[in-house]
Design a protein around this ligand. Sequence first.
Ligand code: ATP
Length: 311
Amino acid sequence: MRCGVTTSSDRQPLPRGTEIRGKWNGRLYRLERLLGLGSNGQVYLASSDNRINYAVKLGLETAELQGEANILASLDQSEKGRQSFLVDVDDVVLEGKTVPFYVMRYVPGSPVKDYLRQNGTHWLGVIGYRLLERLTQLHDAGWVFGDIKSDNVLVGEYGRVELVDYGGASAIGRSVRQFTEIYDRGYWSAGSRTADPAYDHFAVALLWLHALDGKRLIQLTRTLLPQNRHPRELMKLVRSHSRLLPLEAWMEKALTGQFESTKDASRQWRESVRISQKPKTEGDRVPGWMVGLLGVAIAISTSVAAIWLFD
Ligand SMILES: Nc1ncnc2c1ncn2[C@@H]1O[C@H](COP(=O)(O)OP(=O)(O)OP(=O)(O)O)[C@@H](O)[C@H]1O
């Protein structure tokens, strides 16, 4: 969990149009707008060489930022088939102070909770599947994401899913570096904080509970005595929610660490969604194109195919 020490996020955001030039590598970035304030730093959408597709993270804690950049570099190394995420690491002098920063590929999209609110919960099947596919790649490369939560799971056009904030990623077998309390299996007495794929499966289940039934989840965390925090309490929420009930078996396995692998979690998700999409009444019917979209995501998992579907 993050400790609440003072960091650059407590500082006023830098005005739009601020230019920063790296002290060592010399690249110039123009900060276009603030994307997010984290406990560790400020993240800006930025342009360089007239391309607006960078996210620059500025912080005051050199060690912390350097640690995050190192993780991103190792991830790029172990996931060679993917487009690199880390672009640059440098320092900039601002008002006489040296401020470390690193530059990432910009990920367009909205936090998954907002996306489902704006576009409808019928997107859950496709988004959930794509999230599990991304986690499969990460786990196969030897990493656990750790800090899964709505702000870190961004959904773009046609339900495309990308993770941000890899600062919390941990090598499998190490302790989870960073987590958010209500998503943490340790908090719910459901297992250790050792990084294994099941740690992420648990957090994915909490993500769906939080996104679809946030009020009751928060209420539960406020009223339960610590010794009563347990997956069975979470399952009571699942069983009494019309959207989550069809995913009951999947949610139970995720909350109790019963998937053999993330591939297995992904396969069982697909199966649960397929069954839950069978309409019980006419009004229940999931749009045909949505079923098709999941089918195509499964077959090829590329957005090109999704765009084609809409043409
Ligand atoms: N590469 C990116 N592309 C787009 N948005 C991003 C990117 N990286 C971060 N963000 C946005 O900035 C926010 C804060 O960034 P980040 O999570 O890295 O900071 P943090 O200090 O680790 O935050 P937290 O305390 O919330 O974990 C993210 O929630 C996300 O909305």
